[in-house]
Design a protein around this ligand. Structure first.
Ligand code: FES
Length: 137
């Protein structure tokens, strides 16, 4: 019997939480993986893949309400916590565990498998990541 080795993961410091306005998202490039990080109005922070599973919309530019993310392109909804689609049949978003340090830095944990781009390519297939969104500045 062959069992798969557990995927290694690595924690990344994405910088101060203050760079992320309340109620908005920002895109970060973590290794080769584009990740959208969101700060809800209630102060919770979530991370998902950067591009929508429907047609590659830039999720960091989406609207968030509670734990619901609304894609800016066609308004499909996803659960920020689980990545599950809400009311449609698109594939769930990848989500990444993160926390905020005592110093107020965003700490994101991502599998080294994702960082190498092994799965990143499939999660952003057919989407344009050449000009990633940096938010609504
Ligand atoms: S690209 Fe996100 S809903 Fe269509």
């Amino acid at each position: 019997m062959v069992s798969a080795a557990p995927a290694a993961s690595q924690r990344h410091n994405l910088g101060p939480i203050e760079q992320l306005p309340i109620g908005e998202g920002r895109m970060f490039l973590v290794g080769h993986v584009p990740v959208a990080v969101f700060r809800t109005r209630s102060g919770q922070v979530y991370a998902t893949q950067a591009l929508c599973t429907h047609k590659g919309g830039p999720l960091a530019d989406g609207i968030i309400g509670g734990q619901t993310l609304v894609c800016p392109l066609h308004a499909y909804k996803f659960n920020l916590s689980t990545g599950q689609p809400i009311g449609h049949e698109c594939k769930a978003l990848k989500t990444y565990p993160l926390s905020v340090s005592e110093d107020g830095d965003i700490l994101l944990t991502i599998s080294t498998r994702f960082q190498s781009g092994e799965d990143a390519a499939s999660s952003v297939a057919s989407a344009d990541i050449a000009s990633p969104s940096l938010g609504r500045d």
